[in-house]
Design a protein around this ligand. Structure first.
Ligand SMILES: CCC/C=C/C=C/C(=O)SCCNC(=O)CCNC(=O)[C@H](O)C(C)(C)COP(=O)(O)OP(=O)(O)OC[C@H]1O[C@@H](n2cnc3c(N)ncnc32)[C@H](O)[C@@H]1OP(=O)(O)O
Length: 302
């Protein structure tokens, strides 16, 4: 941010503006029980699912913390790309079957319709846990090793880019525990793979599928031999993204997400409206000049 803008923002005294000032002028610290958040590279954040003893199963705390974490990342001007990894033996075992808000709702003896309303609120809240990844303007790369089960597929399908290890396997497990997947897989996977028939097969049968098939169907874009090489590869991609104009990268993400859910004419109209402002960015001159001079451009924080 340039000095005069900083001064103007600092001069504004309302509580909302002072929050904005804090956001723009200071870098974030992250503190979560189920997520380990680090900054392994310049302008890159790594979010590690961090319950290895429980195979990174998604417990009550996790569903809330993801929302807090990604909202914070969205506002963090020192972050331009994110890598999501899993600690320990596997990426994630999906929903924590022992620590799930639905258990209390099921056990309560309230009227069935009232229970239904409560369940609806819970499901909508759990959906938000992964939709925040899509809403986050910074590109998010999922780096998946070994198993990615149930809620794990919901999560990775909300990410921008997916890498995995050669030993990775995937399972849309929900029918095996008696439910229809409801936090994103059924909506996002067919759009990612463009294969409706296969999405239905994988959903109805809950059969495991492995890294090669995941790559063939377009769920995964790169396979690595080891977790270490995959995480390095994901961080390299994140660093490359972070070296580009944040105006260009974040505008691209917003346009891609919008266009996925709209017609081509609507998408074109949306990006025209977007770029009528963004084409005026200083980043364009910086990028073009650096390109001509064969130098690296340095872009201001966003
Ligand atoms: C509104 C709802 C929205 C969300 C819906 C989401 C739905 C889903 O995610 S459906 C899928 C649910 N997940 C499962 O059914 C997977 C169950 N786990 C396994 O099959 C295996 O654990 C796995 C193959 C993933 C890994 O096997 P491994 O041999 O490596 O580990 P284990 O010895 O089985 O487990 C180690 C400890 O972790 C605990 N654990 C594993 N998965 C879960 C889980 N999903 N929920 C709770 N806890 C889990 C396991 O109990 C062991 O704990 P401990 O006995 O204390 O050592």
């Amino acid at each position: 941010m340039n000095t005069s803008l900083r001064a103007v923002i600092k001069g504004l005294s309302s509580p909302i503006m002072s929050n904005i000032t804090k956001r723009l002028c200071s870098s974030s610290t992250y503190n979560f029980e189920t997520l380990k958040v680090t900054k392994p590279r310049e302008n890159v954040i790594q979010v590690e699912l961090n319950r290895p003893q429980k195979r990174n199963a998604m417990n009550k705390a996790f569903w809330g913390e993801m929302v807090g974490c990604f909202n914070q990342i969205s506002e963090d001007s020192d972050c331009r790309a994110v890598v999501v990894t899993g600690a320990g033996k596997i990426f994630t075992a999906g929903l924590d079957l022992m620590d799930f808000d639905g258990i209390q709702i099921m056990q309560s003896d309230t009227d069935v319709s009232r229970k239904a309303f409560t369940f609806r609120k819970l499901i909508r809240a759990y959906q938000e846990t992964f939709t925040v990844i899509e809403k986050c303007s910074k590109p998010v790369i999922a780096a998946i090793h070994n198993a990615c089960v149930g809620g794990g597929i919901d999560m990775i399908t909300a990410c921008d880019i997916r890498y995995c290890t050669s030993d990775a396997w995937f399972q849309i497990k929900e029918v095996d525990i008696g439910l229809a997947a409801d936090v994103g897989t059924l909506q996002r996977l067919p759009k990612i793979t463009g294969n409706d028939s296969l999405t239905r097969e994988l959903t109805y049968t809950a059969r495991k599928f492995y890294s090669n098939e995941a790559k063939e169907i377009g769920l995964i874009s790169r396979i690595f031999d080891t977790k270490e090489s995959m995480v390095e590869g994901a961080l390299d991609t994140a660093s490359l993204i972070a070296s580009k104009s944040p105006i260009a990268v974040q505008g691209s993400k917003i346009s891609l997400v919008y266009s996925r859910d709209h017609s081509v004419p609507e998408g074109l109209d949306h990006v025209a409206t977007w770029n009528q402002s963004m084409l005026q960015s200083e980043d364009i001159l910086k990028a073009v000049t650096a390109g001509m001079e064969k130098k690296e451009a340095v872009f201001s924080k966003l």
